[in-house]
Design a protein around this ligand. Structure first.
Ligand code: HEC
Length: 241
């Protein structure tokens, strides 16, 4: 028992570190109850990401229902593969081809939010910068030598990395500066990225809101039951005393 306790105590900091991770992540200002943001996220995702990444653990009809997107709108504007409304969300990229083009298959993103964390996804989408040495002309400060092109460059403009160095040439901080050639200004771009992140957060756990609101009722019921049990106990023990 003692050994087990010691093992547990030594393990705890490791666990905390594993779940904490990445000190330099930006905070993703998402709101999972904001349907407009989720709808915009779904639209941007289907237009800019789904060409390479599936979200094959979710179905179109479930997404439409959860996000209040009418069936006709979904079928006409967000299903590009000819899939049926009730089908799983697979794109039409052949994985072997994907691996050949990008040096790695674009992964399924249904659970990326759970695996990497919401802040990680948000920061990743804001961390691309121009790097002529890379095959697609861009790199990423969070994901070094990433195989993904900067697919939102039309929206953001060309991002450049500006590094601040100390006397010995070590990088102390960096900043990404945009040249203004994008369709969006930086606030609009932040909103677009926030909405995509919000959508991926939803995709990772579609029942979260339902679970949380149900949880309150369950706790309420248990509390009510607890009070009832106290009265019941008093009633029983009255005869014994
Ligand atoms: C042209 C194809 C392509 C498009 C379009 C694309 N990606 Fe990617 N993405 C990739 C590839 C390839 C990788 C794998 C990179 C690697 O392993 O180096 C990747 C990796 C990622 C990762 C990291 C996954 C992980 O856990 O390693 C995230 C997150 C991601 N993409 C999000 C997006 C989002 C959001 C969009 C839309 C805004 C998008 N991608 C559009 C090709 C694409």
């Amino acid at each position: 028992m003692k050994k087990l306790l010691i093992a547990l105590v030594t393990l705890l900091p490791t666990l905390a570190f594993a779940s904490g991770g990445g000190a330099n992540l930006l905070h993703a200002p998402i709101d999972p109850t904001d349907k407009v943001s989720l709808q915009n996220g779904a639209k941007l995702f289907m237009n800019y990401c789904f060409g390479c990444h599936d979200t094959s653990y979710q179905r179109y009809n479930r997404v439409a229902k959860d996000l209040d997107i009418p069936k006709e709108l979904m079928v006409e504007n967000l299903i590009f593969t000819g899939a049926k409304f009730g089908e799983l969300m697979y794109n039409s990229v052949d994985n072997a081809q994907g691996a050949k083009w990008f040096g790695g298959t674009p992964p399924d993103l249904t659970l990326v939010d759970r695996a990497r964390g919401t802040d990680w996804v948000y920061t990743y989408l804001k961390s691309f910068y121009a790097d002529p040495e890379r095959p697609f002309g861009v790199n990423n400060t969070l994901f070094k030598d990433v195989g993904m092109p900067h697919v939102l460059q039309d929206l953001q403009g060309l991002p450049t990395l500006v590094e601040k160095k100390d006397g010995e040439g070590h990088v102390i901080s960096h900043e990404i500066v945009v040249d203004g050639s994008g369709e969006m200004n930086s606030e609009e771009y932040d909103i677009a990225v926030r909405d995509i992140t919000n959508f991926l957060n939803y995709a990772g756990e579609p029942s979260k809101l339902e679970r949380q609101s149900l949880g309150k009722w369950v706790l309420g019921f248990l509390f009510f039951f607890f009070i009832l049990t106290i009265f019941l106990k008093r009633e029983y023990w009255k005869d014994v005393h």
